[in-house]
Design a protein around this ligand. Structure first.
Ligand code: GTP
Ligand code: MG
Ligand code: ZN
Length: 298
């Protein structure tokens, strides 16, 4: 029996069994070594690990978990390079507050966000509205249609050598996009009416799939966003690329950019360097963050 140590990536974990793909592209079913449980850390999807593998039956045990670059919660995944935030050009109606919060989460965790506008095949869509809302931010935006297969190559390019995670509201088409990338997976896609009625996601489990261009993609039912408690209200603007460029020019050093005079952020609005919609949502998120901050020790 041959046993050897190899490095790999955790693709999925169910009931204490982890599927690990090693750097030489073999798949092993692994259990975690007892020690992790004592240390109160357990392996999660996206972890880079060292495993001791048994080549006779492709089982193994996880010896080490490499230090995580970042960690997302609900679902728990590690080492995400890019968050592909999917939003529908048609239905479901766009939740732009959620989009802003996901973008803030990326800023906090140092993950590159990419906005993916899906369903551009549908008539009378809001593609242009979303583009004008987010162009001043400088974030990359792709417009695609999973149904028609339009611009899926742009998503493939994003995946190159990167671990990417799809997120966004239910029924925006995340799984449909994964099915376009890997037609052989044929993952279950939900119907819009069913989901909006129940408000539940069709996708439940979390699994990472390796692409043939050195990347990997993760389908999720969406993430919980940052904890409002974690943000100091006056720091919120720093998580908005189009706002933070200017904030040292406000009259007041602790300007919240809401009611203060001589505020540079207001000037951005006049020059169309910040969209009105995003600013209105900033005020809303600011109020939420302030409220949470006030009660942070309760
Ligand atoms: N017209 C149109 N419909 C699409 C497109 N992409 C997905 N859909 C439809 O949108 C619905 C939801 O698609 P899913 O891929 O299940 O959405 P999801 O984001 O994975 O949803 P959850 O798993 O619930 O989070 C299905 O009825 C799809 O057929 C598209 O590009 N155009
Ligand atoms: Mg899904
Ligand atoms: Zn200001």
């Amino acid at each position: 029996m041959s046993e050897c140590a190899k490095n790999g990536l955790i693709l999925k974990g169910i009931g204490g069994f982890y599927t690990v793909i090693t750097d030489d592209e073999f798949i092993y079913t692994c259990k975690a070594r007892g020690r992790f449980r004592k240390d109160k850390t357990s392996p999660i999807v996206g972890d880079r690990v060292e495993i001791l593998c048994n080549d006779s039956d492709f089982t193994g045990s996880i010896l080490e978990i490499c230090e995580r670059r970042n960690e997302l919660v609900r679902p728990t995944v590690a080492n995400i390079d890019k968050l592909l935030i999917v939003i529908s050009a048609s239905s479901p109606k766009q939740d732009l507050v959620l989009l802003d919060k996901l973008l803030i989460t990326c800023e906090i965790l140092n993950i590159t966000p990419v906005i993916i506008i899906n369903k551009i095949d549908e008539a009378d869509n809001d593609k242009q509205m979303i583009i004008s809302e987010y162009t001043p931010s400088g974030y990359k935006i792709h417009t695609v249609s999973a149904a028609m297969g339009t611009n899926i190559d742009l998503i493939m390019n994003e995946l190159e050598k990167s671990v990417c995670c799809l997120t966004g509201q239910s029924a925006v088409g995340k799984t449909s996009i994964v099915n376009r990338i890997f037609p052989e997976l044929n993952l279950e896609v939900g119907s819009l009416s069913e989901k909006t009625d129940r408000g539940k996601h069709a996708t439940r489990h979390v699994e990472l799939w390796k692409t043939n261009n050195g990347g990997a993609v993760l389908d999720t039912p969406g993430f919980s966003v940052f904890d409002a408690f974690d943000i100091e209200p006056n720091k919120l603007c720093e998580y908005y690329p189009e706002m933070r460029r200017n904030t040292n020019q406000c009259r007041f050093i602790d300007c919240s950019h809401i009611n203060e005079p001589d505020c540079s952020v207001k000037a951005l609005l006049v020059e169309n360097k910040l969209s009105h919609g995003r600013y209105e949502r900033y005020k809303k998120i600011f109020a939420e963050v302030s409220q949470a901050y006030k009660h942070r020790f309760d």
